[in-house]
Structures are given as structure tokens and as C-alpha cells.
Design a protein around this ligand. Structure first.
Ligand SMILES: Nc1ncnc2c1ncn2[C@@H]1O[C@H](COP(=O)(O)OP(=O)(O)O)[C@@H](O)[C@H]1O
Ligand SMILES: O=C(CO)[C@@H](O)[C@H](O)COP(=O)(O)O
Length: 498
């Protein structure tokens, strides 16, 4: 029996998987609260992650009707890029600053310049720093909270922190480490020189966690945590990884030829690559995968965060929201949303704000505004999909995950806007499933059975044929025109090349 945990932006999900029966026996989630500020601040209290994990774990195990002592290993997935700065006692020095925090955008720009611009970043890191990466958050802490900064003993990412809570070990792995901004994604190693340029008072040898391979264990669960969760002795914790890396595993995207697209708080599009990607476009992040290989990725900051904002304005539940989107005509009668409620990463517009264009006294209806925000976020993903070049365009099918993938009308909009077949895995909580699969891989590698990751994903990742959605001729053509209008708006308003 294996457990996968995914600490996303809005909630922590837990799944219980029986790999012998190839069955998902239980799943549960608990929400987190976001600490927001007008200046782009997006933070979370790490104790909420622990509480959510613990509660969701008990519920998922209960639903699975198993004894928790049957669990052999746990794999943890986490929202990428967040900064968890710990003191010498392992206590957080500040709430976790999240991937979607844009308060640190100016620090990011300064770091890029310090590293020698786009060329210097590529040379040192194999990717160009983007708003939200961990490095700018460390620089921000140094500027704004020098006392806390001076006391940093360990710098972890969100999933590293949960691994630390589970095991007491301060460890990192290459997939999530790729998004720190002080890690060379080609050689899969920390860049101490880059770290020191950003944080000269700290010793990288001391504060950066030990790197392990994706299939290696972080350690075993500490006895007090084992008691809290009802686990037996010697429960392994696998390396885990960033949520996109783990969702790659959970969608079977571990070899070339497949694309995963996530409609979560963020929107992401990514594909496996056997070699590091030398992207022309700085917006493509050449991340390492958490299963070996690389996972070139683009990320937009406004997907369900934007749709939720509009949905809640009208007081709609998810079902009503889906019905309203479906009942508005394609193109929302001329209303187009640039949904940058939280700035944007791709395209790089950290200070942008959201706008709805083309509103008149006749077309300004709740239905049209709901449809426009879904279409606008999907246009953003098409922009990202195009940046991935052949890696995306050669895919014959896109695997759709994240909360928004549960909406059939949104699946159709994605298929029509991207002009590609889309399908969901049976478990759309793909990052949590990826955690459980990686845990099984780690356990069987460590304890003898030696099952390959490919064999495990083949057995455990199942697509849901009922969700297969194909692009339709006329809507594809109409969305092509509307996407051009979206690009035109980006060019006029923000100088993004058309
Ligand atoms: N049927 C649906 N239609 C639109 N949005 C949905 C639907 N179901 C869930 N969501 C949204 O998905 C989001 C959660 O997605 P998830 O991938 O779990 O996010 P994260 O991992 O970033 O926390 C929530 O904002 C939720 O409102
Ligand atoms: O920053 C990125 C990817 O680079 C985001 O994808 C985060 O990893 C958050 O993921 P979700 O909470 O939206 O799943």
C-alpha cells in the first residue's frame, strides 16, 4: 500500500494506492488559506500544510478501509518555488512565500541583471529566472527582514519541508530544485556561486539541502509522526518532487511524445525530454523531471485562481458556473478577458492587472463574463503551448489534469483553442497519484522487488475514455480568430510581440 500527498496552492490532497490491485482505494483533501497583499504578497502558514496533510491522510485511509500499518512508503508532491526558511531548530522564520508571489518581481529583475541577463542565466542555470522563483524570495528576505535572513539555517521548498516534517531529513531532489534559481538544471547540481551572489552572508554548503536522486528515499517516517498517522515502523519517504514533476508521473508523461496540461491554480503545460532543452524562448523553463530526464514547462499564474474570482463574484457553485459557461456563446458575445488578477509569469507581466474588454450594456451578463474568463485563461495556455514548440505540437493528445479538468465545457474549450484531442486520467489528482507511484518505485528499488517506473505507470495510470474531447471544425476556426485578437490586445496593452 502506498500513499501520495500533493500540497497544492489551494489544498493538500492524499491518495491511497494498492499497486498489486492497481486500485486507488481512498482520496481526500483539505483546503489551505492564502495570505494576500495588494503588493503581490502571496504567502501561506506552513502549519496549515501539516494540519491539512494529517486530516486528509486520516480521511483517505478511512475511505480506503485499510490499516495504516499496511502502508510501506509515502511520496510527497508540492507547489513549486516556495521559500521555506528554517532556523537552526527547524522552525519557520517567515510564512512560506509562494510561487505566485509577485511582491518579489523587482528582486527577480535585479538578479537576472546580476547574472548577466538572459545569456548569463542560461549559461549558469540552463534556464532564465522567472517571477516567483525561490531566489528572488531569498533576496527579498535579505532586504526586508534582515534579522530573519541572518538566522536562516536551512532553505527548503514546500515539498522538501513536508519531507523534513515526516523524516527529520533536510533533503532536496532535482525536479523541484530546478525552480529555485540557484540550481544548474543541466548538470543537476546546486550553483553555490549563484547562491552566494544573491545571499553573500549565508553559506550554501550549510543552508542548501543535500540532493538525492528521484528514486532514492529521503529517509523513514519519524516515530512521533508515525504515531500521529498510525503508521508502522520503517515507512519510507521517497524523494517526492514539484507538483508538475509528480503530475508528469501521475499522467504517465515519463517518455517523449506526451503533453500534460494542468488547469490548477496555475496553468502549466509540459512534456518529457531525454535531454536538457535549450529553448530559444526564455519563457520555457528547462526543469529537471522527478523521474530522471527533463520536463520543459511553461506556467501561467492565472487559471482557476481567475475563474474562481469571477465565479465567487456571482455566488455560483462549480456546477452552476459550468452551466453558465456552457450557455454563453463561443466568444462571450465579444467580451475578452485578460485574466491577470495576480500579475503574470508567461508572458512575463508581473505587474499586470486583469481586464475585460468589449463590454456593452447588452452583452455584459454573468454568463458572458464567466465564459470570457475561462476562454481568457485558456488563451494564456495556448500562448504557453506555442512556446514549447515541437515538444507540444508533435503531441497527438494532451492529458488534462487539475481541478478545472473536471469541467466538460472547459475540456471542450481547451480542445478547440489548442486544436488537439484532450483526455483526463481517471484520477485528475495526478500529482498525488504521481507521489504514490514514485513511493512504490522507491520502495521496490530500495527493498528488492526492483519494479521499473515505466511498469508502474503503465499499470496505475489509466485514462478516462469518457473524457476524450476532440476539437470541432468551426469552433477551432473561430477560436483561431479570437486568439489573434487576444494576442493583439497583449501587444497593444503590454507590448508583447504579436
Ligand atoms: N468543475 C470545475 N470547474 C471549474 N473549476 C473547478 C472545477 N472543479 C474544481 N475546480 C477548481 O479547481 C481548483 C483546484 O484545483 P487544483 O488543481 O486542486 O489546484 P491546486 O493544486 O493549485 O491547489 C479550485 O479553484 C476549484 O474551484
Ligand atoms: O510555479 C508553478 C510551476 O512553475 C506552479 O505550477 C506551482 O507549482 C503551483 O501549482 P498548482 O498549485 O497550480 O498546482
Amino acid at each position: 500500500m502506498y500513499v501520495g500527498v500533493d500540497c497544492g496552492t489551494q489544498s493538500t490532497k492524499v491518495v491511497v494506492v494498492d499497486i498489486d490491485q492497481a486500485a486507488i482505494l481512498g482520496e481526500a483533501s483539505r483546503p489551505h488559506h492564502l495570505i494576500e497583499g495588494d503588493n503581490g504578497k502571496r504567502e501561506q502558514d506552513v502549519s496549515e500544510w501539516i494540519a491539512a496533510l494529517t486530516e486528509a491522510f486520516h480521511e483517505a485511509v478511512g475511505e480506503a478501509r485499510i490499516d495504516a500499518r499496511e502502508i510501506r512508503a509515502i511520496g510527497v508532491s508540492g507547489q513549486q518555488h516556495g521559500m521555506v526558511a528554517l532556523d537552526a531548530d527547524g522552525q519557520p522564520l517567515h510564512p512560506a512565500k509562494l510561487w505566485c508571489d509577485t511582491e518579489t518581481a523587482l528582486h527577480n529583475e535585479a538578479l537576472i541583471e546580476r547574472l548577466g541577463g538572459r545569456v548569463g542565466c542560461l549559461d549558469k542555470l540552463g534556464l532564465v529566472l522567472q517571477t516567483g522563483y525561490t531566489a528572488s524570495k531569498v533576496a527579498w528576505l535579505r532586504d526586508t527582514h534582515p534579522d530573519a535572513y541572518q538566522r536562516i539555517a536551512t532553505l527548503l521548498l514546500p515539498h522538501d519541508y513536508l519531507n523534513f516534517w515526516l523524516t527529520g531529513e533536510r533533503v532536496a531532489e532535482c525536479g523541484d530544485a530546478s525552480g529555485t534559481g540557484y540550481f544548474d538544471t543541466r548538470t543537476r547540481s546546486w550553483r553555490h556561486d549563484v547562491f552566494q551572489a544573491m545571499a553573500p552572508e549565508l553559506s550554501p554548503e550549510a543552508v542548501l539541502p543535500r540532493l538525492i536522486d528521484s528514486h532514492a528515499p529521503v529517509g523513514t517516517v519519524r516515530s512521533d509522526v508515525a504515531r500521529l498517522l498510525g503508521l508502522g515502523d520503517d515507512v519510507l519517504v521517497s524523494s517526492g518532487g514539484g507538483d508538475n514533476m509528480m503530475a508528469a508521473i501521475g499522467t504517465g508523461n515519463i517518455a517523449p511524445g506526451m503533453v500534460t496540461l494542468s488547469l490548477g491554480t496555475s496553468g502549466t503545460v509540459y512534456a518529457h525530454s531525454d535531454v536538457p532543452m535549450e529553448a530559444e524562448d526564455a519563457q520555457v523553463a528547462n526543469f529537471c523531471a522527478s523521474h530522471g530526464g527533463w520536463l520543459p514547462l511553461i506556467c501561467t499564474m492565472n487559471v482557476t485562481s481567475a475563474t474562481t474570482k469571477v465565479r465567487e463574484l456571482f455566488g455560483f457553485d462549480l456546477t452552476t458556473f459550468g452551466e453558465r459557461v456552457a450557455s454563453a456563446p463561443l466568444g462571450a458575445e465579444g467580451i475578452m478577458a485578460l485574466p491577470f488578477f495576480n500579475g503574470e509569469r508567461v508572458p512575463a507581466l508581473p505587474h499586470a492587472t486583469a481586464s475585460f474588454e468589449g463590454m456593452t450594456s447588452l452583452n455584459t451578463t454573468a454568463d458572458n463574463l464567466c465564459r470570457a474568463v475561462v476562454e481568457g485563461t485558456t488563451f494564456g495556455l495556448r500562448y504557453g503551448f506555442e512556446r514549447l514548440g515541437e515538444l507540444a505540437s508533435q503531441a497527438s493528445q494532451v492529458r488534462l489534469v487539475g481541478g478545472g479538468a473536471k469541467s466538460s465545457v472547459w475540456r471542450q474549450i481547451v480542445a478547440d483553442v489548442l486544436d488537439v484531442d484532450v483526455i483526463c486520467p481517471r484520477l485528475t489528482e495526478a500529482a498525488a497519484l504521481g507521489g504514490a507511484i514514485q513511493a512504490a518505485w522507491c520502495d521496490t528499488q530500495t527493498r528488492g522487488r526492483g519494479e521499473s517506473l515505466a511498469a508502474l505507470t503503465e499499470r496505475l495510470v489509466e485514462v478516462d475514455l469518457d473524457t476524450l474531447t476532440r476539437p470541432r471544425g468551426e469552433p477551432v476556426r473561430r477560436y483561431q480568430e479570437l486568439y489573434q485578437r487576444y494576442r493583439q490586445a497583449l501587444a497593444e496593452r503590454y507590448d508583447v510581440a504579436p
